[in-house]
Design a protein around this ligand. Structure first.
Ligand code: ADP
Ligand code: MG
Length: 691
């Protein structure tokens, strides 16, 4: 039968309805999907340690035949699966605590691969983190391959479809499948970058001559997905900045200079640079579409205010949008006090106002009486008519993805846009998620701010920690206690957080304790937060919902339970909630997980948000970085942003070049490219609809 990329896997020889269903569960429906289902690891003779050489204290990969096995109960009621494996150099025992079910899967005589630490327990014992059955009893072929130095691909597998079955299927059909592959990379791009042709890359991934050659294959797939993504963001950037003209503001030096003179402090060098970059955008005829990125407390609001005043002195309105009502109020009060010496009062548009009040504000916005407006995203986006809107400042944009940003600016009259983010991220990631934006960064904090003192403690210190908390509250300070709630165990976690709040109330009496969590209604949560902000609660127990920005200058303690369950960037966000006033801030990480202590101590020593984001990216990859998951769902399968800088840069350059010459990819040379983007980033493709 003749294969095509869109042939259903079910029609491949060796795949029946049952296997097709298992493939479906892994998201594999077609021949193309199967080709792009690449091994997650490779085995070869060089990565395997002879059993005799497995030393206590090391992580090893061993391959051996199972010579005996048993399920052994322990005194504490745990059941351990044990197997002894043998290779030509020796034998060793492997133990899987609590995994008695393996007894049904692993059989005597099978060739088994295990990876894990070698422990000392009646001699050597391996405690595998991963195990793979390489061959059944009597099947000697694979063992020979390994010995001859062949690289064996190991595929992600699922119930009803083992990695061996997948390997066999791919291996049987690979040559035929590769014949359908067509390279869509335009010649002008492939000639400038150092990656393999597509067919060669896929071959190297599925049938590598060495593990190194598989890596070369991965780089090609990584480049393709980054390139497609960069085409989408380059297109968004084109639409945002050039497709429609922006306002050409003029530097008037009236209000902006007055503000500079009235500020109770000197601007930092970073703030001055950001203001220059913003002014340059605003005075050009292209529309500004810029992101201002900086840790909490680096002074983004002041910078944004300069931009707003530049709009205002050009006889335009400027609006400042926040994700929640509480944050909008906070911004209105900051902006209000900074503007007070200039005699300007910002309008605040939030949901809790009466219909009549809201109506009155909307009228002032429509007739131009209101020039500086602060409010929530939703209120401002819905039914608000502006007299002359020149600038929109959007706070906490990480909730927006590329397409949402594009939708926002496509609506109606188009102002310049300045987005603020308190989640610093590494450059490679910024180019990926925010490639449609120009970026200004604030790295330096105003001198008056001391770093938050951070310590790692264990439950043994609990009494002392509570003592410290009480002491701080007696001094008139306030404290946050954060408890993680992760999706998989939400019910149990929420119960734990609730129990914790009740227990703290008892232990810390007469201090008052409040609780906020993600399952509460918005108003309910805002009400508790308000009580805390206004000083009517001493301690606030919270799941991570406080992450996004409440400012309580009087709070000095951030106690985080189970910090090992958070990413470093998230911990950093939490830590930024304290020490915002004049008193020193304290962040206490309370954990009994000793395996996490090292990274937590490293975190404790570091106060630079960018540095922390880099560590986090290396540790956990793109998907887990704070706020990134919600922001557009770009799921990179092959690229690794922690290491693929060169590919990101090359993809970026190539994409900008192509979009510049052919903004909607309508030329003959780009039709295949267009089709591929559509398949990969269906939502991003919306941006290419013409008309
Ligand atoms: P961000 O929004 O980046 O978290 P803010 O703009 O809210 O930070 O600023 C944090 C605090 O620092 C505010 O109280 C602000 O008035 C103050 N601040 C801003 N810039 C400076 C500066 N250059 N020197 C001293 N204090 C500053
Ligand atoms: Mg802020």
């Amino acid at each position: 039968m003749l294969l095509a990329l869109d042939t259903a896997v079910q029609f491949l020889k060796g795949v029946g309805p049952r296997r097709a269903e298992a493939f479906q569960r892994m998201g594999i429906a077609t021949v193309e999907d199967l080709l792009y289902h690449i091994p997650h690891r490779y085995l070869d003779a060089t990565t395997v340690t002879p059993i005799a050489k497995a030393v206590v204290g090391r992580e090893v990969t061993l391959v051996g035949r199972v010579v005996s096995k048993a399920v052994v109960p322990t005194r504490r009621g745990l059941r351990i699966f044990r197997a002894v494996i043998r290779d030509s150099s020796g034998i060793v025992e492997c133990a899987w605590p609590g995994q008695a079910y393996l007894d049904r899967i692993i059989k005597q005589g099978q060739l088994l691969l295990v990876t894990g630490p070698v422990k000392h327990y009646h001699g050597r014992q391996v405690v595998p983190k991963e195990q793979v059955v390489l061959a059944d009893a009597g099947d000697e072929e694979r063992e020979d391959d390994m010995v001859r130095g062949m690289v064996l691909p190991v595929y992600p597998a699922t119930e009803g479809l083992s990695h061996r079955q997948i390997r066999r299927l791919i291996s049987d059909h690979l040559d035929q499948m590769l014949k359908c592959v067509e390279d869509t990379l335009p010649e002008c791009v492939s000639s400038t970058i150092d990656v393999l042709p597509l067919r060669q890359a896929l071959l190297a991934l599925h049938r590598p001559a060495s593990p190194g050659s598989a890596e070369a294959g991965r780089r090609r797939l990584a480049f393709d997905e980054l390139f497609d993504l960069q085409l989408v963001v380059a297109r968004a950037r084109y639409l945002a900045t050039t497709a429609q003209k922006g306002t050409r503001f003029e530097i008037q030096k009236k209000l902006t200079t007055a503000l500079k003179d009235a500020l109770p402090f000197e601007l930092t060098a970073g703030q001055r640079k950001a203001i220059r970059e913003i002014s340059a955008d605003m005075t050009s005829s292209d529309r500004m579409h810029r992101l201002l990125m900086g840790d909490v407390g680096t002074g983004k609001t002041v910078v944004a205010l300069f931009a707003m005043l530049l709009a205002m002195e050009n006889d335009y309105q400027a609006v400042f949008m926040a994700p929640t009502e509480l944050l909008a109020e906070q911004h209105a009060s900051t902006v209000g006090s900074l503007l007070a010496p200039l005699g300007i009062v910002p309008e605040l548009l939030v949901g809790r106002l009466s219909q009549g009040e809201k109506q009155a504000i909307r009228e002032r916005i429509a007739d131009g009486t209101a020039r500086i407006i602060v409010g929530t995203h939703t209120l401002i986006q819905e039914r608000t008519d502006f007299w002359r809107l020149g600038l929109a400042v959007i706070d906490e944009q990480h909730r927006f993805g590329v397409e949402q940003r594009a939708a926002l600016i496509e609506k109606g009259e188009v102002p310049d846009v300045l987005l603020l983010s308190a989640t610093p991220i590494p450059r490679t990631l910024a180019l990926t998620l925010y490639g449609d934006l120009d970026i200004s960064t604030l790295r330096q904090k105003p001198v008056s701010h001391r770093p938050v003192k951070t310590g790692v403690r264990s439950s043994n210190d609990r009494a002392a920690i509570y003592g410290f908390l009480q002491e701080q509250c007696r001094l008139g300070r306030q404290a946050f206690v954060v408890y993680p709630v992760i999706e998989e165990s939400e019910r149990v976690d929420l119960k734990a957080a609730t129990t914790m709040a009740a227990e703290l109330e008892k232990r810390l009496a007469p201090l008052s304790v409040g609780l906020v969590h993600g399952k509460m209604k918005g108003e309910e949560r805002d009400a508790v937060m308000r009580r805390f902000r206004d000083g009517n609660l001493h301690v606030l127990v919270a799941t991570t919902v406080i992450e996004v920005g409440i400012d309580v200058p009087n709070a000095t303690v951030m106690l985080i339970e189970h910090p090992e369950r958070f990413g470093l960037a998230q911990l950093h966000q939490l830590r930024g909630r304290v020490g915002r006033g004049s008193a020193e801030g304290h962040c206490i990480l309370l954990t009994d997980d000793y395996s996490a202590t090292k990274r937590l101590k490293q975190f404790a020593r570091t106060s630079d948000g960018f540095r922390i984001a880099e560590l986090d990216l290396k540790e956990r990859g793109i998907g887990e970085l704070a706020g990134v998951r919600q922001s557009g769902g770009f799921n990179l399968r092959y690229a690794d942003l922690a290491t693929d800088d060169d590919l990101v840069n090359a993809a970026r350059r190539a994409a900008l070049g192509i979009i510049q010459s052919d903004p909607d990819l309508s030329s003959q040379a780009h039709t295949k490219l267009r089709a591929r983007i559509g398949r990969r980033y269906a939502r991003g493709m919306e941006l290419f609809r013409v008309g």
